[in-house]
Design a protein around this ligand. Structure first.
Ligand SMILES: Cc1cc2nc3c(=O)[nH]c(=O)nc-3n(C[C@H](O)[C@H](O)[C@H](O)COP(=O)(O)O)c2cc1C
Length: 182
């Protein structure tokens, strides 16, 4: 299992986070979703470009149904129970000078990480998905040329009876250092 030591509230939230496949049908209050999005806004980004955009769908509204429709069947099967789906896009070019933003995906991921921590604080779980039809997303939301879909996220309250926690690589596999921190 995960070899982690939690010394702070933040590390506890990080250690307890995982991506469930089973959500309860309980609705998420609007103010909670707003708070999550407010935290996503605060993430750092290259040149402070804030290249992200969030398409927020609540069960049975048009945005929700459109996002659900973009998902690959393997994801649609379980994600359809989630009360909220969020599609996240990023601007491929810099607002600054129109050149390619090489850090767009990095920045979008970081904003989703901020959103995730605020969600965990409110006992809301996320399951991110790359398994969706990007072309369908572009067409359905009529995205402009330099707006690219990055991820679709299912959000809700965790209803898993037997959670399966995924393992992680050991520190020595992912860290390079001259000090013995392994
Ligand atoms: C960018 C991204 C794309 C992902 N795509 C999918 C997906 O299409 N379907 C799925 O079931 N899980 C998907 N996941 C979830 C990962 O499989 C999961 O985060 C990873 O196995 C670690 O497990 P954990 O989040 O439970 O710790 C994705 C996660 C990320 C960050």
């Amino acid at each position: 299992m995960l070899n982690v030591g939690c010394r702070t509230k933040v590390s506890e939230l990080i250690a307890n986070r995982y991506s469930p496949y089973d959500f309860s049908e309980q609705e998420i209050p609007l103010e909670d979703i707003k708070a999550l999005l407010e935290m996503a806004r605060l993430a750092p980004s290259s040149y402070n470009e804030q290249p992200w955009k969030f398409y927020v769908g609540f069960k049975d509204d048009k945005i929700y149904d459109t996002l659900l429709d973009t998902l690959f069947d393997s994801n649609k099967r379980w994600a359809a129970k989630a009360p909220v789906l969020i599609g996240v896009t990023g601007r491929t070019n810099l607002f600054l000078n129109g050149k390619k933003n090489n850090y767009m995906e990095y920045d979008v991921g970081q904003s989703v990480a901020f959103l995730t921590l605020e969600a965990m604080e409110r006992n809301i779980y996320l399951h991110q998905m790359g398994g969706f039809d990007k072309n369908k997303f572009v067409e359905s939301f009529n995205l402009i040329e330099d707006e690219k879909p990055v991820v679709v996220i299912a959000l809700g309250y965790n209803d898993e009876k037997n959670p399966h926690r995924k393992g992680r690589k050991e520190l020595k596999e992912i860290v390079v250092s001259e000090r013995n921190i392994f």
